[in-house]
Ligand binder design. Structure first.
Ligand code: FE2
Ligand code: FE2
Length: 158
């Protein structure tokens, strides 16, 4: 059991770090560099990030409009994770053209997704936590459960 610190700044830093990783992955796939270690690190980081959003941030956004927005982000999480699976498949089958194409799609979707989260859900979360007098940085006990699935896949029984 570890403690996680959640703050808007930290979540934004994670966005930038994962975007940088995706760019690095794209370069290595193009240059024929070693990609498997980087990809599995990125995947782990991405799942943790999505876990915090879906289990901590989004549930605190309770009005109807915020809820609608959060459901849209959850749908995109499933799309991002599906793309990352396809990068894996491309690499394991030696189809580097496929891996490259899926990495570019992931980078594009992830960047747009992250910018929109920062402008909407993250802002609302900070306003809410600050407005309630709580510190905007929260720590909570827990770590990503091994068999955790993002909400969209869970609701689908996937
Ligand atoms: Fe997200
Ligand atoms: Fe995010």
């Amino acid at each position: 059991m570890c403690r996680m610190i959640v703050s808007e700044e930290k979540m934004k830093d994670e966005h930038r770090k994962m975007e940088a990783d995706l760019r690095e992955l794209r370069n290595r796939i193009s240059d024929g560099g070693d990609v498997l270690g980087l990809l599995s690190e990125l995947e782990e980081r991405l799942k943790n990030h999505i876990y915090v959003e879906e289990e901590i941030l989004f549930p605190s956004l309770t009005d109807e409009e915020e809820n609608r927005i959060a459901r849209g982000f959850e749908y995109e999480h499933a799309a991002i994770l599906t793309l990352v699976d396809k990068i894996h498949r491309g690499i394991s089958e030696g189809d580097m053209a496929l891996a490259l194409k899926k990495t570019e799609s992931t980078l594009r979707l992830f960047s747009q997704h992250s910018r929109r989260e920062e402008m909407t859900a993250y802002r609302s979360w900070t306003e809410r936590t600050a407005g309630s007098g709580a510190k905007t940085e929260r720590s909570f006990a827990g770590s990503l459960p091994k068999d955790w699935k993002c909400r969209f896949f869970r609701d689908r029984g996937a």
